[in-house]
Design a protein around this ligand. Structure first.
Ligand code: RIB
Ligand code: CA
Length: 318
């Protein structure tokens, strides 16, 4: 079976970076490009980080297109420094990348790629969805040309992680999420309900670092601040593999329990801004607009992630 061709729209971000590693360690996937967006850090940093991580992976042939710096409507949102560090990728201290982003803005890059090969590209938004929303608005043919969206975002039965109601990616640009949720593009949603069941533990990192490799060291150094944040603010050992879990939709879909639901997002300016609401009782009489992951065999995913990180570390060893 030929690999699934994907583009990741991303705000690297520690867990975003781990997603690039997993994509390149997975034969089921062909990572075709990264489009960057504001989010965990500013878009200058997210673009730099995307280029730098691809260089670490000897994958600078993969295009990076720089995207939007601000949300559609929300004020500049809470920075992710405490979670992802000032660089956005923890203490990884990757060298300044030699490669540059493509000349096209991420919005135009996404439109160009989707229209060039309609139905071929699966898009993985794992940050605020400003780029995707603007592509939908700028080019009416874009929505029909995208094969599927696999979104890391939302909190369905779970509480939020940036406010009590909302998950970070959605809260950062709820108006963009609203445009995407109602675009008609087939959507699979990977919300906090499942990502918090996928915790990478300190002992997992120690196991990976038995392999001497720039990859295993990157994982250790990138997640150091991320792990400290979870210990200090969320009270548990380990860190959630929010973004990498999206790839399991391709690699190991059997790990998930999915339900089809009509899901909307609160774009008001009150305390529930960015809340994602699933119509479990079907009171809206609206048809389901997405497939939602409501459970996952989390530890099995983490084991899969670790095995592939070990293989990748051995392939790029010292
Ligand atoms: O809420 C988790 C999401 O917010 C992840 O995508 C993480 O990278 C941050 O962007
Ligand atoms: Ca992200």
């Amino acid at each position: 079976m030929s690999p699934t061709r994907i583009i990741i729209d991303t705000d690297p971000g520690v867990d975003d970076a781990l997603t690039f590693l997993l994509a390149l360690a997975s034969p089921e996937i062909k990572l075709e490009a990264l489009t960057t967006v504001h989010g965990n850090t500013n878009v200058e940093n997210t673009t730099r980080n995307a280029l730098a991580v691809l260089e670490l992976l000897n994958a600078s042939h993969i295009s990076v297109a720089k995207g939007t710096a601000l949300s559609l409507h929300m004020p500049v949102h809470i920075s992710g420094d405490a979670v992802h560090g000032l660089s956005g990728i923890g203490n990884s201290n990757l060298p300044e990348p030699k490669s540059k982003p493509v000349d096209l803005h991420a919005i135009d890059y996404l439109i160009e790629r989707a229209l060039a090969e309609p139905g071929e590209i699966t898009l993985f938004p794992i940050g605020p969805m400003t780029n995707v929303a603007l592509a939908i608005r700028k080019e009416p043919r874009f929505a029909k040309a995208v094969k599927e969206l696999v979104i890391m975002g939302g909190a369905i039965r779970s509480g939020g992680n940036i406010t009590p109601a909302a998950e970070f990616n959605i809260h950062a640009d709820p108006h963009a999420a609203h445009i995407v949720f109602h675009s008609g593009i087939p959507i699979t949603l990977i919300p906090l309900d499942v990502t918090y069941k996928c915790l990478l533990l300190p002992e997992d990192v120690e196991r990976l670092n038995k392999i001497s490799s720039p990859i295993s060291r990157f994982v250790r150094d990138a997640i150091s601040i991320y792990m400290d944040f979870y210990k200090q603010y969320e009270g548990f050992k380990g860190c959630a593999l929010h973004d990498p879990l999206t790839l399991a939709v391709i690699i190991a879909p059997e790990l998930f329990t999915f339900e089809n639901h009509y899901v909307d997002v609160d774009t008001s300016s009150g305390i529930s801004t960015g809340k994602t609401l699933a119509d479990f009782m079907k009171v809206s009489k609206k048809p389901a607009n997405m497939k939602v992951a409501l459970d996952v065999r989390g530890r099995d995913f983490v084991e899969l992630f670790l095995e592939r990180m070990e293989t990748l570390s051995r392939s790029i060893s010292d």
